[in-house]
Design a protein around this ligand. Structure first.
Ligand code: KIV
Length: 273
């Protein structure tokens, strides 16, 4: 084991640069990370943005859902990831009920930036979350919105299901995407929505879209790191791929993922809905 010595091999990624990448049609490569060592592997492999997802509740803590994850958990893991990152933009998830009103959202997002070292926070939903997005943006806290299959709503959805399949549900998601962008979000994750819907939303909103189970036409892609390394217990989701299979190292797997996203070979049709 050696001391944490992070070395920047490229310029630090910024929010305006992510916007410029959308304008230039350059794909954005994102992965989740939960600790300094994996974060450093992703950073050195050229990942543009790292998300400390509340998926850590499931893949690190072994829970059934993301709901029990606390703000303290997120601050702890975000600070750990920050110690491993030199260049990638660091995004931290706001856990369940941590942005249920504006004051709560500002206090918790402030902790994720000030104590955790994040450069952006992610929160799920539109509607009730729009006031929080607006307030965070007004306080210069960059926001990544998250629409489609929003795991914190698992009980409302009755399971982890593809969203936006009916004409009405698709129209609602398109309206929500425009609303979060209008409220000041800088980035938008689209999870488990039909690829045709994700393509329409990506064309309509001025901010970059990052897909996970949303087809190849989003401005970028994100996967849960443990899914794409094939180490998450149970069945791998349809939209993911084991990039470690047939490769000799975690670094090689992450580089292969980054290359596949940049050249547009991942996700393929078989990973989309
Ligand atoms: O928590 C998480 O890891 C996420 C990604 C799946 C987008 O929200």
């Amino acid at each position: 084991m050696s001391a944490n010595t992070k070395t920047a091999t490229r310029a630090a990624m910024t929010v305006p640069q992510l916007h410029a990448m959308k304008d230039r049609g350059e794909k954005i490569v994102m992965l989740t990370a939960y600790d300094a060592s994996f974060a450093a592997q992703c950073d050195v492999a050229g990942v543009d943005a790292l998300l400390v997802g509340d998926s850590l509740g499931m893949v690190v803590q072994g829970r059934d859902s993301t709901l029990p994850v606390s703000v303290d958990d997120m601050v702890y893991h975000t600070a750990a990831v920050a110690r491993g990152v030199a260049s990638a933009l660091l995004i931290a998830d706001m856990p369940f009920m941590s942005y249920c009103n504006v004051d709560t959202a500002l206090r918790n997002a402030g902790r994720l930036l000030a104590e955790g070292g994040a450069a952006m926070v992610k929160l799920e939903g539109a509607g009730f979350a729009l006031d929080a997005i607006r307030a965070l943006a007004q306080h210069a806290i960059p926001v990544c919105a998250h629409l489609g299959l929003t795991p914190q709503s698992v009980h409302k959805f009755g399971g982890y299901r593809v969203q936006g399949k009916s004409r009405d549900a698709a129209a609602q998601l398109e309206a929500d995407a425009r609303a979060v962008a209008d409220a000041g979000a800088d980035l938008l994750v689209l999870e488990c929505v039909p690829a045709t819907l994700a393509r329409r939303i990506t064309a309509q909103v001025p901010i970059p879209t990052i897909g996970i189970g949303a087809g190849a036409d989003c401005d970028g892609q994100v996967l849960v790191l443990y899914d794409m390394l094939g180490i998450t217990p149970g069945k791998r989701p349809k939209f993911s791929k084991d990039f470690l299979a047939g490769r000799g190292s975690i670094g090689a797997a992450i580089r292969a993922y980054a290359q596949a996203v940049r050249e547009g070979s991942f996700p393929a049709a078989e990973h989309a809905f």
